[in-house]
Design a protein around this ligand. Structure first.
Ligand SMILES: Nc1ncnc2c1ncn2[C@@H]1O[C@H](COP(=O)(O)OP(=O)(O)O)[C@@H](O)[C@H]1O
Ligand code: SF4
Ligand SMILES: [Mg+2]
Length: 341
């Protein structure tokens, strides 16, 4: 069954990826669970980049990995190009998942240190059939700004972080995916290299007709690459907003992210935490072992009321493509009864 909080979703037939009511719980001890992702739904249209933004620990990576079935979610549905991935296992799953690839935050440790660049780039494709020809590998490496003659026999420790991320990207692109999930792809890189990798992702997206899920805790980075931004807080979606309209974000948490670092053009803010992925403001993220009742943001929200403790706010539409989960944000013709701040 689909939850009420789906006003931000487009028809399944239009989406290349449809994630519905995703739940991921990690068992802790005999009876307790980390509620890492609690009923998250999103979709992705062909050619679109969806940013997923939120502070460290809010469930961004878990949501991305659960879409990949790494590991499969506790509950929910993931349809990739019309095929339901949940419930599939083994070779069947690997085949159905092939159109979706993922690149990670730490490119160096996601590469086998003993293998050469040529082997690393080819290894994903080799699982599926004849090894890709040298010319094809050289072409992909060159398109990503790596000189095949220089890097061909190199191993990861002989490359920079930015070069390793290019190798990871080459390996993913060789599989000709339709969807690329990028989990904090530039967070571990020097600032000077970040823009290069972001530009490469942008051109790879155009060239290969990709759709992207771009996960990051850095608002400025997410805003620069995304068409829409989905803001998460403690395992739930609190706002979905077109990236050009970040300054009109309405959820108190998104406002906090925007205000925490002023003077970023186009956003009114930047990295919510100065780069560490920790909480904006002074208070800690509540424990995902025992999340607050009602609205999960209420323990840090300046507007919180009894209603917020009692009822979970559904996502409601407040503008074209703009959806907010807050009892006290006005919807047209609606009296939100926002308490005095
Ligand atoms: N394998 C795991 N076992 C137990 N808890 C986990 C595991 N992976 C993630 N978590 C917890 O789930 C929550 C969400 O984590 P994560 O998805 O990594 O957040 P983010 O990517 O937004 O920083 C965190 O509380 C984290 O500690
Ligand atoms: S529902 Fe209540 S606690 Fe949650 S963000 Fe809105 S005002 Fe704050
Ligand atoms: Mg993460």
């Amino acid at each position: 069954m689909t939850s009420a909080a789906t006003v931000h979703l487009r028809p399944d037939a239009e989406a290349v990826l449809s994630v519905r009511d995703l739940v991921v719980k990690f068992p802790v001890g005999r009876r307790r669970h980390v509620h890492a992702v609690s009923g998250v739904s999103f979709d992705l249209l062909p050619g679109e980049t969806l940013g997923i933004l939120g502070e460290s620990g809010c469930g961004k990576s878990t949501a991305g990995r659960a879409a990949m079935q790494l590991p499969p979610p506790t509950a929910g549905s993931v349809r990739l190009a019309g095929t339901e991935l949940t419930g599939l296992t083994g070779r069947e799953l690997r085949r159905a998942r092939r159109p979706m690839q993922m690149i990670l935050q730490d490119p160096v440790s996601s590469l086998n240190p003993r293998r050469t660049v040529a082997d690393l780039v080819a290894e994903g494709a080799v699982l599926w059939g004849p090894p890709p020809g040298r010319e094809r590998i050289e072409q992909v490496l060159s398109s990503l700004g790596l000189d095949p003659a220089v890097v061909w026999h190199r191993r990861p420790h002989e490359l920079s972080g930015g070069q390793c991320q290019r190798v990871c990207l080459a390996r993913a692109l060789l599989l000709e995916p339709r969807v690329l999930i990028c989990d904090e792809p530039v967070s571990s890189l020097d600032v000077s290299v970040q823009a290069q990798i972001l530009n490469l992702l942008e051109s790879a997206k155009d060239e290969h007709g990709l759709s992207m899920v771009f996960i990051a805790h850095d608002l400025a980075v997410v805003n620069s690459v995304s068409d829409r931004i989905m803001v998460m807080y403690l395992g739930k979606v609190c706002e979905v907003v077109p990236s050009g309209r970040m300054t009109s974000a309405a959820h108190p948490y998104t406002r906090l992210l925007l205000e925490s670092v002023p003077d970023t053009p186009g956003t009114g803010g930047a990295d919510p935490d100065g780069g560490t992925g920790t909480a904006p403001g002074s208070t800690e993220l509540p424990s995902p072992l025992d999340p607050p009742s009602g609205c999960r943001f209420r323990t840090r929200c300046p507007w919180a009321t009894e209603l917020c403790a009692r009822d979970e706010p559904p996502l409601r539409t407040i503008g074209t493509g703009h959806h907010v989960a807050c009892h006290h944000v006005a919807v047209d013709g609606d009296d939100p009864a926002r308490p005095a701040a």
